[in-house]
Design a protein around this ligand. Structure first.
Ligand SMILES: [Zn+2]
Length: 321
């Protein structure tokens, strides 16, 4: 009885072992995918190149120290010209020439793969050790010929417009992101307010891009108290309102935001008519938009993403240059 009993329990145990072994084989095959299936490409650093760069984190790191009492050293005309020429060189696909131009004023051009989009991006940044001059940075999407710009003149002081700039840059191809390099109240006598001073690297770069015919959208922020009942103000600055202004206002409206259209109504002096980049664009007849956004549309990620989506449609509407 004892031996027969053992045989009765041994046989099912052997079958169970065989089933387990077969199952393990199937699982191993599934995990490795077989020889004819492509291997999963991971974004982790590979021996063949540097790790991708998360542009949002990089810009946040750059702007984190911006403060009203921060340092700012006004550039001279030759310095402004050198950075602007470097940007145009990068735009024209001549990075070596651009790099030489930039190096004369302590700027450098580097390229990386952007983590969120997988696109190649050029960064033009101050390469001096302290970077205390506050002249700003420029990012160019190299996956398509750049054909529009997003301008962020007041990072940090217009809270999270720097994040909106990155999100718009990512949302549509062919963008140039132009970031001011200081808080708008840094430096003496408003000298760092790039939206109202033309003797800045920011203005020189935007004018160079505009001079090449690239339309631009400039993003700002306002305190809701200065225009009660409105979430956003859309304007063409000093220029005539074109289809892009109408499209943007309509898109923001569809997203559920209350929009003041500066070409139809008074918008609490948030129309940007004295903006230097806007005046330059109006003078050469290139489309340019001035978008003022209430706090929530910039600081709440979901609402900011909705705004970026609307502005992406706007820049796409300009088409290739
Ligand atoms: Zn502003």
């Amino acid at each position: 009885m004892e031996t027969r009993g053992s045989r009765r329990t041994l046989l099912p145990a052997a079958v169970l072992l065989l089933v387990l072994a077969a199952l393990a084989g199937v699982l191993t095959l599934a995990a490795h995918g077989g020889a004819d299936r492509p291997r999963v490409v991971r974004s982790a650093p590979s021996p063949s190149g540097p790790a991708p760069v998360d542009l949002a984190a990089r810009v946040d790191e750059y702007t984190a120290g911006f403060a009203p009492d921060g340092s700012y050293a006004p550039p001279d005309a030759a310095q402004r010209r050198a950075v602007a020429d470097g940007v145009l060189g990068a735009l024209d696909g001549q990075p070596e020439q651009a790099g030489r131009e930039l190096a004369r004023v302590g700027y450098r051009l580097t390229e990386f793969t952007e983590a969120a989009t997988g696109r190649r991006v050029a960064e033009i940044a101050d390469g001096t050790a302290a970077d205390g001059r506050g002249w700003g940075r420029i990012y160019l999407d190299l996956s398509a010929r750049p054909n529009w710009s997003v301008q962020v003149p007041h990072p940090v002081s217009d809270a999270r417009t720097e994040a909106l700039g990155v999100e718009l840059f990512r949302a549509a191809p062919g963008g140039v992101l132009v970031l001011a390099g200081a808080h708008r109240r840094a430096g003496a006598d408003g000298s760092s307010d790039v939206a109202h001073r033309s003797d800045t690297v920011f203005a020189a770069v935007v004018e160079a891009l505009t001079g090449r015919g690239l339309p631009g959208v400039q993003v700002h922020g306002f305190d809701e108290g200065s225009l009660p009942g409105q979430d956003a103000v859309v304007s063409s600055g000093a220029g005539q309102p074109g289809p892009a202004a109408e499209l943007t206002a309509a898109g923001l409206g569809r997203a559920g935001f209350a929009v003041c259209r500066a070409w139809r109504e008074k918008c609490g002096q948030l129309e940007g008519t004295t903006n230097v980049e806007g005046r330059f664009a109006a003078g050469v007849g290139v489309p340019w938009l001035h978008v003022e956004l209430g706090n929530g549309l910039r600081t709440e990620p979901a609402r900011r993403a909705a705004v970026a989506g609307v502005l992406a449609e706007t820049v796409r509407s300009w088409g290739p240059r």
